[in-house]
Design a protein around this ligand. Sequence first.
Ligand code: TGC
Ligand code: FAD
Length: 396
Amino acid sequence: MSMYGEYDFLMIESLLGDEERMVRDSVRTFVRDRVMPIIQKHYRAGTFPTELIPEIAGLGLLGPTIQGYGGAGVSHLAYGLIMQELERGDSGVRSFASVQSGLVIHPIHTFGSDAQKERWLPGLISGELIGCFGLTEPDFGSNPSGMRTTARKDGDGYVLNGTKRWITNGNLSHLAVVFAKVEGEGTPEKPHIGAFVVERGTDGFSTLEIEGKLSLRASVTSELHFEDCRIPADNRLPEARGLKAALSCLNNARFGIAFGALGAAKACFFEALEYAKERVQFDRPIAGYQLVQRKLVNMYSDIVQGELLAFRMAELKANGQLNPAAISLGKRNNVKVALECARTARDILGANGVVDDYCPMRHMNNLESVYTYEGTHDIHTLIIGQRLTGLAAFSG
Ligand code: TGC
Ligand code: FAD
């Protein structure tokens, strides 16, 4: 079921072009037929459904906005809708695709040389190569500028040392896009940050999967270790200059999350709506009680407003006018909406809401990670606050 058709009071469907509708419908069918039957099993086991990777790639969902190298070259709105449909299934499946597209394919496409693009993009887009994005470190999450990972120029290569933590797709990856301070570049107080592609199998590079997650269980999250890890100079992305390059990649991923989170919210809303119409207490369906209707109406209202925000973001992005503060507005608002919808849906389902035969608690647990990654809710509060006041409140 969708927010379209009989539920589309604002005729949002009419904002979609034919290609966007087709893309959305094909991903929706894929999620219904291929993700939903296996997601409970993977979530319980704490495994990512790697068996779906060829189909995800076959549908053109990896690097879908890229023109050339095998990319479908779809619109930004279509990209957002892909993220939304994937996250309707599970945030872990959306994370897999958004990291590969927004944080691996995008930086190589934007900051790489022609030779680097030829070398890695076709494999990443066809799903034969999986990548990850290493920015966060154990002691530097919200404040990546403090990173300790270093790259030292040594002959015709660089030697990397350091640790990246909380890295989506880490243990699945054939290559990692890693940010490091380059010794001897910039000033001692503010060393230059560069981006490097490190391939699995390189001596001194290892990955360790993080166990015990109660959120995003159907997603692989890892630590990346670099110990005197020597890579060829050709593996440095030449156009990635400074932290700005890393932060600009986040714009893409945050844009996708603004759409994606609403997919999780919709899944929760429709499950709660159906349940409330069926569930009888005190001789009436609970959907007939005013308090339950208010919960459903609040969910619906928040989702529709979030959707309008996301669609406007896509419009601005298509025109090259989407600024970081607007992206923060979308990520911050829509993830909060989704988390609240998941909690409300869980409530409407009563005791049934706490088991994984129903989706709200799985989505709720996932959304706790989404609330934190790609800039925490409060970091986005501060980004918007800075834009409004002209004053940065990130540090004392
Ligand atoms: P600051 O001095 O503000 O900025 C440094 C330079 O970067 C520019 N800039 C941006 N450029 C493009 N897009 C953006 N969004 C940008 N934000 C900042 C800025 O203009 C400046 O340029 P220049 O030319 O002056 O050098 O940097 P700061 O160190 O004060 O930090 C600002 C802050 C806190 C907003 C930033 O560090 C931040 O966003 N922190 C949050 C970190 C974060 O989001 N990490 C995400 C890691 S990846 C991840 O979570 C993947 S989850 C998996 C999935 O997506 O599924
Ligand atoms: P911290 O920065 O320590 O923040 C802790 C708390 O302090 C938060 O509430 C925060 O809002 C608050 N806080 C911090 N600074 C301020 C301030 N100045 N003012 C007010 N409050 C503040 N990273 C990657 O690089 N690649 C990935 O693929 C990736 N995948 C991830 C997958 C998962 C499942 C998770 C959970 C995280 C992932 N991350 C990834 C890391 C993620 O980006 C970080 O967790 C996030 O940026 C926050 O950093 P932190 O966890 O160190 O929290």
